[in-house]
Design a protein around this ligand. Structure first.
Ligand SMILES: [Fe+2]
Ligand SMILES: [Fe+2]
Length: 354
């Protein structure tokens, strides 16, 4: 089975302990036997004991939501349940003896008195756990963020395949949004209201502003000419359809990023004067990210060629934005936009395409 020191070295909690600490632990271990089929510990229950397996074999089982599955087997020389010694959380898995299994057990009370007598052991365990915990947090958040980014990109990509607006439009509008949010974050009015997470968020979710168009019939969505009033009413539902999808997402996973996606989908056609849709919100009642998105979206549409219109010149586009400040657009945001117009025109030139 190997020496106790070798066994402890392979455990999550005790690796790297000195010989004196190992001897102290050895003195506290108590023999215990589990007959075949009996539970060493049960998932979801409180636990206060660690086991070193001396002879026999145990199966580690976890409830995956669709039934209990074996996730590991442990043999002589292995340790199980050691986290119960340092955590008040319930057991994360069930351990069952596959055959008659002899163990040595260490209880939480004995472990705590060991720590009192042996500050070097306490320190070593604390260091080890901090290192493991921060590695775990780092890995988990890295994986989650990567999965989230890939997923939002896939959704935008899917929506784009049905939308006559192009990928270049999405790339340009996301860059206008970021630039505008950055400039606003340095402006007197918004310098405390736009954190870095807002700018990162608008970069991630602004390409999803028209995702609800997947719910609009082709006859309306792809119609080359002018829409009839009824068709326009149908077209307007892309705002509520997109928001509806994110509302469902939010019921399962509440995050500020998805809340931002919801607000952008729902409100990017609202107007400062209250004459927009779907809710006819006016002024600052329209969420900030939607006021930014509205300007970025219309600016790009004006400057770009569409099946129903040639592109406007940069001069005419500037004039249109100026005229619409205070009616269609937030006048403060439009002012910051016009102050930085050269950089918006650069973005348009950089991501050429219709
Ligand atoms: Fe839209
Ligand atoms: Fe758009």
């Amino acid at each position: 089975m190997g020496s106790l020191r070798d066994i402890l070295d392979r455990s999550e909690l005790f690796s790297g302990l000195g010989p004196e600490s190992v001897a102290r632990i050895a003195a506290c271990l108590r023999p215990v036997v589990f007959e075949a089929g009996t539970c060493v510990c049960r998932e979801g229950e409180a636990g206060d004991t660690m086991y070193v397996i001396v002879a026999g074999r145990v199966s580690v089982l976890s409830d995956m939501g669709w039934g209990q599955r074996e996730i590991d087997r442990k043999e002589p020389g292995e340790v199980c349940g050691e986290m119960a010694l340092i955590s008040d959380e319930v057991r994360s898995a069930t351990v069952r003896a596959v055959e008659r299994t002899e163990c040595l057990s260490l209880g939480k009370a004995d472990f705590e008195s060991l720590l009192d007598q042996d500050p070097a052991m306490a320190q070593s365990i604390a260091k080890l756990m901090t290192k493991r915990l921060s590695a775990l947090v780092h890995q988990t958040s890295h994986e989650l963020l990567g999965a989230y980014r890939a997923l939002t990109f896939a959704i935008a990509d899917l929506a784009e395949s049905r939308d006559p607006e192009t990928g270049a439009h999405l790339e340009r509008t996301r860059n206008y949004c970021v630039l505008l949010a950055e400039r606003l974050s340095h402006s007197p009015r918004y310098k405390d209201a736009i954190p870095k997470s807002f700018i990162e968020g608008i970069y991630r979710v602004s390409p999803l502003h028209d995702v609800g168009k997947v719910a609009v019939a082709d006859a309306v969505l792809l119609k080359p000419g002018r829409l009839t009033p009824e068709e326009f009413e149908t077209m307007k539902t892309h705002t509520t359809a997109g928001a509806g999808a994110f509302k469902k997402v939010l019921q399962q996973s509440d995050s500020e990023l998805f809340r931002m996606a919801y607000r952008i989908c729902l409100h990017h056609h609202e107007r400062w004067d209250g004459l927009g849709y779907p809710q006819g919100l006016a002024g600052e009642a329209i969420p900030l990210e939607a006021r930014i998105m509205a300007l970025a979206d219309v600016y790009d549409a004006l400057l770009s060629k569409r099946v129903y219109k040639p592109p406007m010149t940069p001069e005419t586009t500037r004039e249109e934005i100026r005229k619409a400040a205070g009616t269609q657009f937030d006048p403060y945001i439009a002012g910051i936009f016009l102050e930085n117009i050269a950089q918006f025109e650069e973005i348009h030139a950089k991501f050429e395409g219709d």
